[in-house]
Design a protein around this ligand. Structure first.
Ligand SMILES: [Zn+2]
Length: 134
Protein backbone atom coordinates (compact mmCIF):
# COMPACT_ATOMS: atom_id res chain seq x y z
CA UNK A 1 0.00 0.00 0.00
CA UNK A 2 1.31 3.44 -0.96
CA UNK A 3 2.99 5.24 1.95
CA UNK A 4 0.86 8.36 1.51
CA UNK A 5 -2.35 6.33 1.94
CA UNK A 6 -0.99 4.48 4.97
CA UNK A 7 -0.38 7.89 6.51
CA UNK A 8 -3.87 9.10 5.55
CA UNK A 9 -5.56 6.03 7.07
CA UNK A 10 -3.45 6.39 10.21
CA UNK A 11 -4.56 10.02 10.63
CA UNK A 12 -8.22 9.09 10.04
CA UNK A 13 -7.98 6.29 12.62
CA UNK A 14 -6.45 8.67 15.14
CA UNK A 15 -9.30 11.15 14.74
CA UNK A 16 -12.05 8.49 14.61
CA UNK A 17 -10.72 5.39 16.40
CA UNK A 18 -14.18 3.77 16.65
CA UNK A 19 -15.18 4.29 13.03
CA UNK A 20 -16.67 1.45 11.01
CA UNK A 21 -14.37 -0.09 8.43
CA UNK A 22 -17.12 -2.13 6.73
CA UNK A 23 -16.66 -0.40 3.36
CA UNK A 24 -12.92 0.24 3.71
CA UNK A 25 -10.68 -1.19 1.05
CA UNK A 26 -7.18 -1.17 -0.30
CA UNK A 27 -6.22 -4.04 -2.59
CA UNK A 28 -8.69 -4.99 -5.33
CA UNK A 29 -11.08 -7.85 -4.83
CA UNK A 30 -12.01 -10.30 -7.59
CA UNK A 31 -14.51 -7.81 -9.02
CA UNK A 32 -11.83 -5.14 -9.33
CA UNK A 33 -9.21 -7.29 -11.06
CA UNK A 34 -10.85 -7.20 -14.46
CA UNK A 35 -11.32 -3.45 -14.25
CA UNK A 36 -8.90 -0.60 -14.49
CA UNK A 37 -8.57 0.39 -10.87
CA UNK A 38 -5.90 1.83 -8.63
CA UNK A 39 -6.89 -0.89 -6.15
CA UNK A 40 -5.00 -3.23 -8.43
CA UNK A 41 -1.26 -3.14 -7.76
CA UNK A 42 -0.30 -2.09 -11.31
CA UNK A 43 2.72 -0.12 -10.13
CA UNK A 44 5.59 -2.55 -9.59
CA UNK A 45 8.40 -1.56 -7.26
CA UNK A 46 11.29 -4.03 -6.83
CA UNK A 47 8.97 -6.84 -7.91
CA UNK A 48 6.21 -5.92 -5.46
CA UNK A 49 2.88 -4.39 -6.52
CA UNK A 50 1.88 -1.05 -4.99
CA UNK A 51 -1.78 -0.20 -4.35
CA UNK A 52 -2.46 3.51 -4.88
CA UNK A 53 -6.13 3.72 -3.83
CA UNK A 54 -7.96 3.73 -0.53
CA UNK A 55 -11.68 3.43 0.28
CA UNK A 56 -12.82 5.03 3.54
CA UNK A 57 -16.19 4.08 5.04
CA UNK A 58 -18.71 6.88 5.60
CA UNK A 59 -19.53 6.65 9.31
CA UNK A 60 -20.47 10.10 10.62
CA UNK A 61 -21.93 8.70 13.87
CA UNK A 62 -18.46 7.50 14.83
CA UNK A 63 -16.70 10.64 13.68
CA UNK A 64 -15.75 9.74 10.12
CA UNK A 65 -17.83 11.83 7.73
CA UNK A 66 -16.70 10.99 4.19
CA UNK A 67 -18.11 14.27 2.84
CA UNK A 68 -16.04 16.29 5.31
CA UNK A 69 -12.97 14.19 4.55
CA UNK A 70 -13.42 14.70 0.81
CA UNK A 71 -14.10 18.45 1.20
CA UNK A 72 -10.97 18.93 3.29
CA UNK A 73 -8.83 16.97 0.83
CA UNK A 74 -10.15 19.05 -2.06
CA UNK A 75 -9.55 22.36 -0.33
CA UNK A 76 -5.99 21.25 0.49
CA UNK A 77 -5.37 20.54 -3.24
CA UNK A 78 -2.70 18.13 -2.03
CA UNK A 79 -0.42 17.25 -4.96
CA UNK A 80 -0.53 13.58 -4.04
CA UNK A 81 -4.22 13.31 -4.98
CA UNK A 82 -4.97 11.83 -8.40
CA UNK A 83 -8.76 11.66 -8.09
CA UNK A 84 -11.54 11.22 -5.54
CA UNK A 85 -14.93 9.53 -6.01
CA UNK A 86 -17.84 10.09 -3.65
CA UNK A 87 -21.63 10.02 -3.83
CA UNK A 88 -21.94 9.59 -7.59
CA UNK A 89 -19.33 12.23 -8.40
CA UNK A 90 -15.65 12.26 -9.34
CA UNK A 91 -13.08 15.03 -9.01
CA UNK A 92 -9.60 14.90 -10.52
CA UNK A 93 -6.43 16.91 -9.97
CA UNK A 94 -5.50 16.68 -13.65
CA UNK A 95 -8.59 16.28 -15.88
CA UNK A 96 -10.82 19.38 -15.43
CA UNK A 97 -8.86 20.02 -12.22
CA UNK A 98 -10.85 20.21 -8.97
CA UNK A 99 -14.21 20.31 -10.71
CA UNK A 100 -16.87 17.75 -9.68
CA UNK A 101 -18.22 15.64 -12.54
CA UNK A 102 -20.87 12.89 -12.53
CA UNK A 103 -19.44 9.43 -11.87
CA UNK A 104 -21.06 6.77 -14.02
CA UNK A 105 -19.31 3.65 -12.69
CA UNK A 106 -21.25 0.65 -11.39
CA UNK A 107 -20.67 1.49 -7.74
CA UNK A 108 -22.01 4.95 -6.84
CA UNK A 109 -19.61 5.18 -3.87
CA UNK A 110 -22.24 6.29 -1.36
CA UNK A 111 -21.04 4.10 1.52
CA UNK A 112 -17.40 5.06 1.17
CA UNK A 113 -15.20 7.57 -0.57
CA UNK A 114 -12.39 6.53 -2.89
CA UNK A 115 -9.04 8.32 -2.94
CA UNK A 116 -6.43 7.58 -5.61
CA UNK A 117 -2.92 8.98 -5.39
CA UNK A 118 -0.53 9.90 -8.19
CA UNK A 119 1.61 7.23 -9.80
CA UNK A 120 4.98 8.86 -9.12
CA UNK A 121 6.84 7.33 -6.20
CA UNK A 122 7.80 10.66 -4.62
CA UNK A 123 4.08 11.46 -4.43
CA UNK A 124 2.41 8.13 -3.59
CA UNK A 125 5.04 7.26 -1.00
CA UNK A 126 5.21 10.70 0.62
CA UNK A 127 4.19 10.30 4.27
CA UNK A 128 3.76 14.01 4.95
CA UNK A 129 0.70 14.69 7.13
CA UNK A 130 -2.53 15.31 5.22
CA UNK A 131 -4.74 18.35 5.93
CA UNK A 132 -7.97 16.60 6.85
CA UNK A 133 -11.15 17.27 8.81
CA UNK A 134 -13.70 14.62 9.68
ZN1 LIG B 1 -12.23 2.46 -4.32
Amino acid sequence: MAGSLKKLREQINQIAPNRSVSSDGTIGDAAHVSRKSDHNPWIIENGIGVVTALDVTHDPIHGCDAQKLVDSLISSKDQRIKYIIYNGKIISSTFKPWEWRPYTGVNPHNKHCHISVNGEKEKYDSALPWQIKL
